[in-house]
Design a protein around this ligand. Sequence first.
Ligand SMILES: [Zn+2]
Length: 113
Amino acid sequence: MRIERKLLEKIAEELTKQYGKSETWKRRIIKRVLLNTVSRIVPGKLWIVRGVPELGDKYQHYEVYNKDGNYICTCYIHSWSSRRRPCTHVGAVILYERITSIVEPGPGFEPGK
Ligand SMILES: [Zn+2]
């Protein structure tokens, strides 16, 4: 089963509104999912998001944790500003989890198709 781009956009739109984020934030989280940068390490608790230099990432990988319902990203260690939170790594993880709760990743999982 292929991922509908429209579905991805729709969920991203909902998240953007929910967190009061910008159109840019939305485009970035969609891009991170389309580039398949999110890996689920411990279900519900830990993910690794591959850094994308094009999106301004300085590190090769970012770890996103869910602690008691709050998402924490390793990029928060490097930035004192909370303005960007949730960052687009966290946004991408949430988007990835929403989309895979509808369609499980597997041989047929082709984001962006
Ligand atoms: Zn981050």
